[in-house]
Design a binder for this molecule. Structure first.
Ligand code: AMP
Length: 550
């Protein structure tokens, strides 16, 4: 008689669930902040050296309360959308916690947006109040807003930080403590509190709508995995408008009594290193490009990194060599990698601070507590065996409520069983460690062969003269697509395309060796530091006069 087939005699499947003794936080963001204020009232909470601004946790609560009352004085209520359009400034942080106190939904606007994108985001989420800075870099925000204002019928109130901040605070004086407390009591943790337009690298922006429960818990468990305490000081060069700033940094800090330390309105490697040294930061964040820029800065050796212990590299594939350099040269012995996307609050997997070198450098860690992940064949939706690549899906508290006002787009990424389909290709090993091996959209298909650009990038990162590399697919008459590499060489290196080809030959499959090479000083990126491969493809196709076959 044949035994019935059970999981134990089947091959292990690529599914994992994050067990934890630590319960989820069943509270609003405002309640979580209040708990920390009670516990560590005098601990430093927020440091913004370039604005000469420092607050303890008690002061952070008080200042956020003033802003909350100011917002309420404009008649803004729970569920109303309040936009924020500004680079990293202390006002951004106060508005984040002020909206969390009132229940207004904060709409993050990318500081790099120009008129069409701004108009789209403000209109799509029907923003009623916009808090903005005067401008960023060469862009004058006030002029841009003026241009699009006539079409924004929902936008009633505008606060320009540099001009109107004191008026905002003064206006709030007419709101009583009771009215403010009432707004707090009226909230539920499952209600939406934030809308984030997903990154420009993934096509037309959609407003990922996130609840208190989504992002508060994600921030909390990120901080737990890094062992954050009230002694930690987190250096934050990543932008606040993205989850990397407002969740991985801010919410991880406020759930542990750690200090948020900002480095500048925009990323600049020297000021990051200076801030780490001056503020004795214990943790440093960045996308890989930021760490690469710091490590290759001519003054790198002049800075003192001895206070650093940990940090996060995330947002894009993290080259093993960069991870190693960060550990060895920046004293970040407990640095971790996070993987996730805005739609999942964002983090789904993270390494542990005591993982071995291979796991910490070459994987994105294991599933987060209370979440489930699986890897499926995108064509059949069936879970693949461990070790086989497929699309990574996430389920649990972190999956966004929806895309704002966009049920079709929501239904195209969240299935009936509440799995979020990420579009990322991953593999899970026997112990549940996950490796991101590419993106479904990012595949290069050359003559029927699927090529993961990530794999070629990883390989060429090991070349002594290569500082950074990005691989894209460009049109090709014969094969449909050809492989192209954009390379940033190390200072003083003069390697030629022929030498790089020779280096690849015999090491990686011939069809993966780039046909075209382009040497550049930097890549086009989004504000978050994500490389814009779409733009690179357009530039190269034009320069090389290549066209896709009709
Ligand atoms: P965003 O929604 O802007 O956070 O972008 C999310 C996307 O960034 C993911 O779907 C991945 O493609 C990519 N990503 C994030 N973290 C990592 C990582 N650690 N390794 C590789 N790709 C990553």
């Amino acid at each position: 008689m044949a035994l019935p087939s059970t999981n134990s005699n089947k091959q292990q499947i690529s599914y994992d669930h994050g067990l934890s003794d630590t319960p989820l936080l069943g509270m609003t963001i405002s309640e979580a902040l209040w708990k920390t204020v009670q516990k560590y009232p005098d601990a430093e909470a927020l440091v913004v050296p370039y604005q000469n601004y420092r607050l303890s946790y008690r002061e952070l609560w008080d200042e956020a309360t003033k802003v909350a009352k100011g917002i309420m004085a404009f008649g803004i209520k729970k569920g109303d959308r309040v936009g924020i359009w500004s680079p990293n400034r202390y006002e951004w942080v106060l508005v984040q916690f002020a909206t969390a106190q009132t229940g207004a939904i904060l709409v993050n606007i990318n500081p790099a947006y120009k008129s069409a994108e701004l108009e789209y985001a403000l209109r799509q989420s029907e923003v009623r109040m916009l808090i903005m800075s005067r401008g960023f870099r060469k862009t004058n925000y006030v002029d841009i807003l003026h241009e699009v204002r006539p079409s924004l019928i929902h936008l009633k109130h505008i606060v320009v930080m540099e001009n109107d901040w004191q008026n905002l605070l003064d206006g709030g004086k007419k709101i009583s403590d009771e009215q403010h407390a009432e707004a707090g009591h009226d909230m539920q943790f499952d209600e939406p509190i934030n809308i984030q337009y997903t990154s420009g690298t993934t096509g037309f922006p959609k407003g990922a709508t996130l609840s208190h429960h989504n992002i508060l818990n994600n921030g909390f468990f990120i901080g737990e995995r890094l062992n954050y305490t009230e002694k930690d000081r987190v250096c934050i060069p990543v932008p606040l408008y993205h989850c990397f700033g407002m969740v991985l940094a801010n919410l991880a800090c406020i759930t542990h009594g750690s200090c948020m330390v900002f480095t500048g309105e925009a990323f600049e490697p020297a000021s990051v290193m200076q801030t780490v040294q001056d503020e004795k930061c214990t943790s440093l964040y960045g996308v890989p490009l930021m760490f690469i820029a710091e490590l290759s800065h001519p003054d790198f050796h002049k800075y003192d990194f001895s206070s650093l212990r940990t940090g996060i590299m995330a947002g894009a594939s993290c080259p093993e060599s960069t991870m190693r350099a960060v550990r060895e040269k920046m004293n970040m012995t407990e640095v971790g990698i996070c993987y996730g996307m805005t739609e999942t609050s964002p983090v789904s997997t993270q390494t542990f601070i005591d993982d071995n070198e291979h796991r910490r450098c070459a994987t994105v860690g294991k599933v987060h507590p209370h979440l489930e992940i699986k890897i499926i064949d995108p064509d059949t939706n069936k879970i693949v065996p461990r070790g086989q690549a497929g699309e990574l899906c996430t389920r649990g508290y972190s999956v966004m409520l929806k895309y704002w006002n966009n049920p079709e787009a929501t239904a195209s990424v969240i299935d009936d069983s509440r799995w979020m389909h990420t579009g990322d290709l991953a593999e899970m090993d026997e112990d549940g460690y996950v490796k991101i091996v590419g993106r479904i959209k990012d595949l290069i298909i050359r003559g029927g062969e699927n090529i993961s650009p990530f794999e070629i990038e990883e390989f060429l990162h090991n070349h002594d003269d290569v500082n950074d590399i990005q691989v894209i697919g460009v049109p090709d008459d014969k094969y449909g697509e050809a492989v192209m590499a954009w390379v940033v060489l190390k200072d003083g290196a003069t390697v030629s395309p022929a030498e790089l080809e020779a280096y690849c030959r015999g090491q990686i499959a011939t069809f993966k060796i780039p046909k075209y090479w382009k040497f550049v000083n930097e890549f086009p990126t989004t504000v978050t530091g994500k490389v814009r491969k779409v733009e690179m493809r357009e530039i190269s196709a034009k320069e090389l006069n290549l066209h896709y076959r009709q």
